[in-house]
Write a protein that binds this ligand. Structure first.
Ligand code: UDP
Length: 347
């Protein structure tokens, strides 16, 4: 199977790339490195079953060619991260809407199945916990920049489902909840890599707001396993699925957990939202997925604890300072905790 991954050099994309290569698939990556990084796939670049193009999904001619060469498309390329969304709303809206439209149109022409990455942000301010896929979406007003992300992704979902209903393009939509793991950068505001880095460096751990808001953090390896299962399930076509963990933790408790686990001397400091983001910023007090639907369709439940995931992330930040090298014979990344499964992917 040959899979095109838009955004394949991103955090989730690079893990999905590894998983596909490990099971013997070929991967084509299209990534403009706007939030992704060539560093994320550096250890894979010499593998014969990986090809990559540093370009945008807006390059219609290249996109059409790569879709044509692939058996299926996983569309992950998007503007992500609350900080980026608040600071660059035009880019968020344009990338997310135009990019998805181009991918869907290219896939329709070549009749290729598409996985569309959506987000738990679409549930917005809903207080109907846990969130089910068929729940109402409750978004804030248009003068609050944050909601542009949810609105753009909701429109992506509408468009993908319309392509399925009206034009018979097979699509599967995954709503990613807070996903964490090695290679995620705190640069765009994500809380766990920020806290881990701050704790390791002895810097203040920055809790925004009261810290009473809570999230469920899912290990990226579990997220990738969910995507692979959904791609292989014929009856998942035309459906929307939550992909997230059910272990809920407040941000304050998260700060304390990371500080204690890493034996850090960092103080925990509280920063008001208007200083952390912008005046009038609205945060979600809770975000909890129901995973009943994905479990029913493909038998998926996350299996990696938050505790174990924090260990992997801390290890990643520690190793990051050391040079990485890929040992093809041993199928191991020297200087990293990562390891490819024993398949012909690295042959
Ligand atoms: N947050 C925080 N400190 C940080 C970054 C984020 O307290 O350095 C908070 C943020 O305000 C939110 C939660 O952590 O309440 C999760 O933030 P993230 O950006 O990781 O994901 P979100 O759930 O907002 O998409």
């Amino acid at each position: 199977m040959r899979v095109l991954i838009t955004g394949g050099a991103g955090f989730i994309g690079s893990h999905l790339t590894e998983a596909l290569l490990s099971r013997g698939d070929e991967v084509l990556i299209l990534d403009d490195l706007s939030t992704g990084s060539s560093e994320n796939i550096r250890h894979l670049k010499n593998l014969p079953k990986l090809n990559y193009w540093i370009d945008s999904v807006m390059n219609k001619a290249l996109l059409a060619e790569l879709v044509d060469e692939s058996d299926l498309v996983v569309h992950l390329a998007a503007a992500v991260g609350v900080r980026l969304i608040v600071e660059s709303p035009v880019r968020t809206i344009e990338t997310n809407i135009k990019g998805t439209e181009l991918v869907l149109e290219a896939a329709r022409k070549k009749k290729k199945k598409v996985f569309i990455a959506s987000t738990s942000e679409v549930y917005g301010k809903s207080t109907h916990f846990p969130f089910h896929e068929e729940d109402d979406l409750v978004l804030g007003s248009t003068d609050k920049g944050r909601w542009s992300y949810a609105a753009s992704k909701a429109l992506d979902e509408f468009l993908a489902l319309a392509y399925w209903k009206e034009r018979k393009l097979p699509v599967v939509i995954g709503r990613f909840f807070n996903t964490i793991g090695p290679r995620q950068t705190g640069q765009y505001g994500m809380v766990v890599p920020n806290f881990v880095r701050q704790a390791l460096e002895g810097q203040p751990i920055t809790v925004f707001g009261t810290g009473k808001q809570s999230r469920c953090f899912c290990y990226v390896g579990d997220t990738v396993a969910a995507v692979l299962k959904l791609l292989d399930a014929p009856d998942a076509v035309g459906q929307v699925f939550n992909i997230g963990a059910s272990e809920e933790i407040s941000i304050e408790d998260l700060a304390n957990l990371i500080k204690a686990k890493l034996n850090s001397s960092s103080p925990i400091c509280y920063i008001p939202y208007d200083k952390a983001y912008e005046a009038g910023f609205e945060d979600m007090p809770r975000r909890v997925p129901s995973t009943a639907k994905i479990d029913r369709y493909v038998g998926w439940q996350p299996s990696t604890s938050l505790d174990a995931t924090i260990d992997l992330i801390a290890e990643y930040f520690k190793q990051k300072q050391k040079p990485l090298a890929y040992d093809a014979a041993a199928k191991t990344y020297i200087g990293s905790h990562q390891q490819l499964e024993d398949t012909d992917a690295a042959a």
